[in-house]
Design a protein around this ligand. Sequence first.
Ligand code: DX5
Ligand code: ZN
Length: 213
Amino acid sequence: MLVAPSILSADFGNLARDIKAICDAGCDLVHIDVMDGHYVPNLTIGPVVVEPVSKVATKPLDIHLMVENNNFFVDLFAPLKPKYLSFHIESEKHPHRLIQKIRSLGICPAITLNPHTRVEDIEYLLEDLDMVLLMSVNPGFGGQKFIPTVLEKAKKLKDLINKRNPACLIEVDGGVSDKNIYELKNAGVDVVVAGSYIFGSDDYTKAIKSLQI
Ligand code: DX5
Ligand code: ZN
């Protein structure tokens, strides 16, 4: 299991320090939540902040867009060369086109599904994707309760992925901890995002290791 700590739960007054700390503690990716205050009722950070603070990151960036105008934000963040750039299927009229654009920028395209969205909705996009992000909370905030139906969704998605593109990864985001990590693993999940669980612990190395099963 790969682990991507979400910096939403970091100390925003000491963001570079905290990003360095999770990288030193052995995380696999650095998850960055970009919220525009329109698509979700919260507002976070743009490239003006992410670019300088991520200079200390020794692990690749995994940028999760929660925005209305995906095209605009893809252009804003592409120069930072994240490994993964994901956008919500629910906020995009032309997901197939946007996936091609992200790929053409040299970034691995990923797509995100809210808790209510059926995995079948992205079946015909799977061949072009490197990762699918399943939300296990409603997007917008850290520290929410895990929605367990994501486990059934991950299993369904795994079947579709095996049929269409076995190399595509499944990522789950929201309410992840050592309490549900084994169920997530059994459901076929490859990458977990964890914010409050990791940043709320007093030993980042131990917390990250407990998820790298
Ligand atoms: C929620 C974000 C998550 C969030 C996860 O919209 O996408 O990445 O930070 O936080 P926890 O792990 O605390 O649920
Ligand atoms: Zn996220």
